[in-house]
Design a protein. Structure first.
Length: 296
């Protein structure tokens, strides 16, 4: 009777020392670390939600009050009516929609040329394109503003929309790397059937590139939707401002003092469109990030 527990204990120790047991321990440790990291990352988001339902006097309590009782649901109607939020939302979605269309068309077309078409100096031009990623936007701000001012585009959506129809270096690189994974046999078969480069790009490359196109669309949407600097500089009329600029009004402006609870309520409402887009395109987005292509 005494030998059985000893053998069982030794077998248990050997199982934990085996490769499978060590892998289980490693996975458990990684899971705990990831869970703790997720909690840390979620703290600002939870604080935003908590503040959105608080009274103004409960925001600066020490220790902080995480669960507002009772929750102030009226903060959301107040925040959305204190400023013309519907007008700002309409402006944002007009700009975002046009920028997404321009980015997807121009970047996918340029990336196809860099990935598939042969031309003298193609690789050198591609390197010059990638080198523009090292230029901070502040360096090109003054000459770009002077150019748009000379064209009479200030206080219009054109400075925010037109550049997207001329490509983006990072998105062109992302799409080019994806195009390189597509078998050339598909293009050769289309060429035999009489298709030119434009038809190959439109009818073959684009349908096969839905994962990476979804990735570009999500990045483009979030970057344009959250852009504060561009609309602030180029749009002088308040009726043409975007949501990102409107949120700054709650931090303290001549027409209203600092409204932290209304700011958090407005931010909570403003993050819903990007969140819905990401959830809708999540499957394609993840596939595009890992750069998976079809196998020939």
């Amino acid at each position: 009777m005494s030998a059985y527990p000893v053998r069982r204990g030794r077998a248990s120790r050997r199982s934990w020392r085996s490769r499978g047991g060590q892998a289980t321990i490693t996975n458990a440790i990684c899971f705990v670390i990831a869970a703790l990291g997720s909690v840390v990352v979620m703290i600002p988001f939870l604080w935003m939600l908590s503040t959105a339902f608080k009274k103004p006097g409960d925001i600066y309590l020490d220790p902080p009050k995480w669960i507002p009782i009772p929750p102030q649901f009226q903060n959301f109607p107040d925040a959305l009516t204190l400023v013309p939020f519907a007008t700002y939302a309409k402006n944002s979605f007009i700009i975002v929609s046009l920028v997404m269309i321009g980015t997807l068309l121009s970047c996918s077309f340029s990336a196809y040329g860099f990935a598939r078409l042969r031309a003298p100096g193609r690789n050198f031009i591609f390197m010059i394109l990638l080198a523009t990623l090292m230029l901070p936007s502040a360096v090109t701000l003054v000459p770009t503003y002077l150019l748009f001012n000379k064209l009479g585009w200030i206080n219009t959506f054109l400075p925010l929309v037109v550049p997207s129809f001329f490509g983006n270096a990072f998105f062109i690189f992302l799409l080019r790397q994806f195009y390189l994974t597509i078998p050339r046999e598909l293009e050769e078969a289309a060429t035999i059937d009489g298709a030119n480069s434009y038809r190959i790009w439109w009818h073959i490359m684009l349908p096969l590139s839905m994962p990476v196109l979804a990735t570009v669309a999500v990045f483009s949407f979030i970057g344009t939707y959250n852009d504060f600097f561009g609309p602030l500089i180029y749009l002088t009329d308040d009726s043409k401002r975007t949501i990102a600029v409107a949120l700054s009004y709650f931090q303290g402006s001549p027409r209203m003092g600092p409204q932290r609870h209304l700011l958090m309520a407005a931010v909570t409402a403003s993050i819903l469109p990007p969140l819905v887009l990401f959830l809708a395109a999540q499957r394609y987005f993840v596939r595009g990030i890992v750069m998976t292509g079809i196998k020939g």
